[in-house]
Design a binder for this molecule. Structure first.
Ligand code: THU
Length: 135
């Protein structure tokens, strides 16, 4: 499965976004080992703070199905600039693979690709805490 198929999966997931508060629908598709793809959309809530981002929904679906080995993620939204994963999603993705490839795409076909390490340098991990603070 190449980028195009992952992008189409993210587009389909975006259609299911529950975003009545922001009106900003986001779709994500995450490629796991063996080629399995897990999708997610944002799921908002009247208590705004408990809303979930599309990326984290996809990660939760994958991990709960026994998949933790991720290689690639597409996130798509209808924005002028490509949608960049929020800081919390970067941290959640870093838990599993700091080297995951992140494709950020909009509906107009604009795409920016980065490795997660570029988006979240020096991310927190237990290992880094041990190394830096001796805890
Ligand atoms: N959102 C995502 O789904 N992914 C991101 O990386 C950034 C933001 C969602 C959260 C909220 O439902 C809406 O976009 C507006 O912030």
């Amino acid at each position: 499965m190449g980028f195009d198929e992952l992008f189409l999966a993210a587009l389909e997931a975006r259609k299911k976004a529950y975003a009545p508060y922001s009106g900003f629908a986001v779709g994500a598709a995450l490629r796991a080992s063996g080629g399995r793809v897990f999708t997610g959309c944002n799921v908002e809530n009247a208590a705004y703070g408990v809303s979930m981002c599309a990326e984290r929904v996809a990660v939760g679906k994958a991990v709960s199905e026994g998949f933790r080995d991720f290689s690639e993620l597409v996130v798509v939204a209808d924005s002028e600039r490509v949608p960049a994963p929020c800081g919390s999603c970067r941290q959640v993705l870093a838990e599993f693979n700091e080297g995951i490839t992140i494709h950020m795409a909009n509906l107009k076909g604009k795409r920016v690709t980065r490795v997660l390490r570029e988006l979240l340098p020096e991310s927190f991990s237990l290992e880094s805490a041990h190394r830096r603070y001796g805890v």
